[in-house]
Design a protein around this ligand. Structure first.
Ligand SMILES: Nc1ncnc2c1ncn2[C@@H]1O[C@H](COP(=O)(O)OP(=O)(O)OP(=O)(O)O)[C@@H](O)[C@H]1O
Ligand SMILES: [Mg+2]
Length: 339
């Protein structure tokens, strides 16, 4: 019998293109595979309405007549210094001289470790925080100094999807109520027309049968379904831009690919541009064309997503890439945990 080798062959790191060939990632690249079925154990059953619908979303007719042409978001030399939160603290330079342009229809990833300033950038773009210096513009809107009246105009075109679908929805409001308010506010539709639009939005985000989902309260939805409602609400104003701040990080791995496929599909069918904020380089690789790597508030690397991830120039990007779980070494059946 042949002796086993004394030295084990070295573990060869698969290149990134192989890394993304996890079951979840493959499903994402090849919709409309029902990802949850792949992740389900044999014999396991699901409540009928808990099945995430991953049919490609059908984009309703856009209602942009009379609205401005799509505009870029231009961020120039923006810094944000938070004052000392308490006497024992130092001021925090959360964002340090950041510049970039999010072009119409583009999808850009903003990646970096916790505390690197990603959410602060998202908040400044959506007018929730003002920069300490630098400028942010969206067409003729100066976001860096925006006031209440400008905010309504801005939020009609630039919508945000937050990380936590549990905190984002009022537990006392049905899905229909949650969606009707922005539909009425932004589109001016009333009564039956508004309801039709709400159902159309539910169909867009794959929550069918739409009438049943419209009547539900948040606690009657799974996390993935809640995040779909949050996305539907963001779409109610027919926006040009979606700022998605870690939109799938709190969801079960089996649901993430479907949500990301939905965002990607909206970009393709509606031409919505997207700033996709994440810790996760693999999902950034799957849904964005451009990437910006942020470290301690500074952009350390930027460019085409595939090129940056295949040939990172900055040590910090290399370290982030090294932190990606290697599916080759993960337990059998695990989707790698990264997407
Ligand atoms: N309101 C605030 N007051 C003081 N400091 C703040 C405030 N908001 C954020 N910070 C600090 O700014 C820095 C950047 O925070 P930010 O939330 O932008 O990071 P992040 O990259 O989104 O992190 P995570 O990945 O954990 O969400 C952190 O050091 C944070 O503690
Ligand atoms: Mg954050």
């Amino acid at each position: 019998m042949a002796e086993p080798p004394l030295v084990e062959p070295p573990l060869v790191e698969p290149p990134l293109v192989e890394l993304v060939e996890t079951p979840v990632a493959t499903a994402l690249l090849d919709p409309p595979v029902v990802v949850s079925r792949q992740a389900r154990q044999p014999g396991e059953t699901l409540e009928p309405l808990d099945t995430p619908t991953l049919a490609p979303p059908r984009a309703p007719a856009r209602r942009r007549e009379g609205r401005a042409a799509h505009q870029a978001i231009v961020v120039s030399g923006v810094s944000k210094l938070y004052p000392r939160p308490s006497r024992a603290d130092q001021p925090v330079l959360a964002v340090d001289d950041v510049s970039f342009t999010l072009e119409p229809g583009a999808s850009m990833a903003l990646v970096g470790a916790s505390g690197s300033g990603k959410s602060t950038i998202a908040k400044m773009i959506t007018g929730i925080e003002h920069p300490t210096s630098g400028s942010i513009t969206f067409g003729d809107l100066k976001i860096d100094t925006i006031k209440r009246r400008g905010l309504k105009r801005l939020h009609r075109e630039v919508q945000m999807v937050f990380q936590d679908p549990y905190a984002a929805l009022n537990p006392l409001h049905t899905v229909e109520y949650t969606l009707t308010r922005p539909v009425v506010n932004y589109s001016g539709l009333r009564g039956r027309e508004a309801r039709r639009r709400v159902l159309e939005l539910l169909e867009t985000v794959g929550l069918t049968p739409v009438e049943q989902f419209a009547a539900r309260l948040p606690h009657q939805l799974s996390g993935g379904q809640r995040q779909r409602v949050v996305i539907a609400r963001a779409l109610a104003s027919d926006p040009q831009v979606i700022i998605a701040d870690e939109p799938v990080s709190m969801l079960d791995v089996s649901l993430r690919a479907g949500l990301l496929a939905l965002l990607e599909n909206l970009r393709e069918t509606w031409g919505v541009s997207m700033l996709y904020i994440t810790h996760d380089l693999l999902s950034a690789r799957l849904v964005t064309d451009q990437i910006m790597v942020l470290n301690k508030g500074r952009v350390v690397e930027a460019g085409n997503t595939a090129s940056v991830l295949q040939n990172p120039k900055d040590d910090y990007t290399v370290r982030l890439l090294d932190a990606i779980p290697n599916p080759g070494r993960s337990s059998p059946g695990s989707p790698g945990g990264a997407v």
